[in-house]
Ligand binder design. Sequence first.
Ligand code: ADP
Ligand code: MG
Length: 708
Amino acid sequence: MDTVVSKTEKKTGSRPGTLAACPVTHLKGIGNKTAEKLKRLGIATVQDVLFHLPLRYEDRTRITPIGSLQPFEPAVVEGIVELADIKFGRRRMLLCRISDGTGFITLRFFHFSAVQKEGLARGRRIRCYGEVRNGPQSLEIVHPEYSFVEENETMPVEETLTPIYPATEGVHQLTLRTLTDNALVLMQEMPLQELLPAALCKRLSFPDLHEAINWIHRPPNDVSISMLMDEKHPAKQRLVFEELLAHQISMKQLRQRARKHHAPVIKEKNRLEAKLLETLPFVLTKAQQKVIGEIKDDLAKSFPMQRLVQGDVGCGKTLVAVMAALSVVEAGMQAAVMAPTEILSEQHFNNFCQWLQPLGIHITWLTGKQKVAERRQAQEEIVTGKAQIVVGTHALFQEDVSFNNLGLIVIDEQHRFGVHQRMALREKGKNGQQYPHQLIMTATPIPRTLAMTAYADLDVSVIDELPPGRKEVETIVVSNDRRDEIVARVHHACKEGRQAYWVCSLIEESEALQCQAASDTAVLLQDCLPKLKVGLIHGRMKPNDKEQVMSAFKQGEIDLLVATTVIEVGVDVPNASLMVVENSERFGLAQLHQLRGRVGRGSEKSSCVLMYQAPLSENSRTRLAVMRETSDGFKIAQRDLEIRGPGEVLGTRQTGMMQFHIADLIRDQALIPDANKTSEELLAQYPENAGLIVRRWLGETEKYGNVG
Ligand code: ADP
Ligand code: MG
């Protein structure tokens, strides 16, 4: 034991009680300087060393004869240097040839020192490790790791697979390996604390923590790399589970903390609501009523609501937001509604005006693209409280905007915001000691297990029903070659008095080129369809022009609307029954689902034509097949997740904070419900352990909790 701890400790004999409290400097060879560097890896204690897990493993357990090397495989080889020369080509490089009697191989270095070249003298024996590949003359290894084998020396090969750790400048693999070696020895004397309930470990057949930690750092001889990377091994499962659990707990702590904040208690009077319901041409769906009820319960509490409403496109989320805003307005406070795009904010503004102005409610619109005078007026209305409801884009939460008494923030299409933005918004709306309630609405359904993780700090409501009378949208997948047929189809639909969208491809990288492509398409289509009125809308148009085009389309003055993806979210024109998407293979599933959701909103049978450019990749083929098979947003989201992974689905902002060491939200989905349940249990029954698990996996720095 004495060989693994530092001299000072041996001298003083002092020893901290637990590995969690034992600083790394207690380990042999770790001075303050290295300790400082280790901090960059999030390592401060011996426990942190043990939870600094390998990224991957390398097999250095045997030497491969050069003659039997295979390209693309990493290998250890040993041989005699035959020559080492600097070659001056387009890049200066050092080429070294070694042979072992079975063959020869070239080592190629782009970065090297004079000393290094000197060292690789003819006749010396070296051992190297790296990935073998085909070179111009022979097999080669670029930048191998190597060391010299002295004469008469036998250098043993590694006995176990070599773990490769996340490293940082000045802390290399060798240091990390020695460090873990020592920490693993110390662990025998000073055990890690078991933080999982025993019953759970038994039910899930988890091995004990020491066994799992040993296994992952120093895999036994009979374990292969594929077994290590595979998650089925109980040791790995156990660690993955703990990591998922740590994230769950930490998000829930965030939520508990938010519940300590104060928020205005909004008790229902419902006079305004009753008035609005009278004027609506339809009745609320059961799902809408249920969710509105959940929201009202939240508003009546003295801490801020943090509710996410999930619902497929067209389920009527806007009206739910309107009802929430009404309660707040009736209580004499302001509501702010934030949309992700100008167009959408405008549409919300129009909807809110149409529904609420007859009730005498003043609604103000604020966006970043307004003229100075308009904006100033809007700001004035917001600060004086004349604006009872404010609709806008991100501009709502810029510094020059201050609210009079904000009671509710509604964020629409929230998949574009991450947990930090949610918290920043809450701060921004703070009024004295009071925080506004927060309602978040998303049309991108997220699979349940992922929602449990990404939104563990929120309460979730689901609108699981569409208004009656909606007809399934027929989806057709056709090659671009059949464009003429599609144009004829558009003609036919419009002649019957219906309207159509034509969404242009994402071929061009730049927005400008994309808008140009849409303009060209509009001209072409107008030529083919001289009797129809073809309109154009894209992201580079002035807000006023966009508004005019959109309202002309709504009024039915435009038959066919050519668009870039600006119409992706939220646009609502019930008479439009045909959607054509060009080069649909370039869109993601969520995006296609959103686009298709623009039709099927009226009583007419609608269709969506997904055009593609052949040949299709395997991945695109799968995506388009999914679109044809189902219109269920939740199913599509699940497939999307499988195809693209959580980072893409949730956006980097969402997942930037969800960096896991070894867990993987897709692969390990099956563990998430258990982790979720266990997090509740621990927080309720063993809050201390819950905190220790978070500390163990997420470190000292409060990852999520910096704001609020
Ligand atoms: P989304 O959930 O995609 O935001 P919207 O709020 O835009 O959906 O609603 C889609 C359409 O359905 C709108 O035209 C809206 O007026 C209409 N709508 C909302 N609720 C109902 C209902 N209960 N019955 C009939 N139509 C409804
Ligand atoms: Mg919407």
